[in-house]
Design a protein around this ligand. Structure first.
Ligand code: AMP
Ligand code: ZN
Length: 118
């Protein structure tokens, strides 16, 4: 399958590893938008959050467990934000389920941040 993140999991494309276990891989985003910007992905290919079912949803719990571990291990003490972009309107560019872990800066929140103008 021609999937960028599957190739990163397989080591065919280099990445800067932050954390790995049997089910998930975490690496630094190549174009960070915060001082800390990691991507946490399942090792198995799942295209997007829209493909989560009763059969594979345990990976999502595992990803959040990994996020908490990563935050502790990396000394992230003031909080973090986890974002999943699903599909075109949300701006998903890589079609392999991934969660952005952002930290290291006070982040804004509100309608403007998702493009709502009125
Ligand atoms: P999204 O827009 O939610 O699909 O996020 C995809 C993310 O993958 C973006 O933040 C990109 O900067 C990041 N990205 C793309 N290619 C690579 C790569 N080779 N290594 C690390 N991060 C990447
Ligand atoms: Zn994939």
């Amino acid at each position: 399958m021609d999937c960028l993140f599957c190739k990163i999991v397989d080591g065919e494309i280099p990445s800067t590893k932050v954390y790995e276990d049997e089910y998930v891989y975490c690496f630094k985003d190549i174009a960070p938008i915060a001082p800390i910007h990691y991507l946490i992905i399942p090792k198995v290919h799942i295209t997007s959050a829209a493909d989560i079912t009763a059969d594979n949803s345990s990976i999502v719990a595992h990803i959040f467990e990994a996020a908490a571990k990563i935050a502790k291990a990396e000394g992230i003490e003031n909080g973090f934000r986890i974002i999943n972009n699903c599909g075109d309107d949300a701006g998903q560019t890589v079609k392999h389920l991934h969660f952005h872990l952002l930290a290291g800066v006070k982040m804004g929140w509100g309608p403007e941040s998702i493009g709502k103008t009125e």
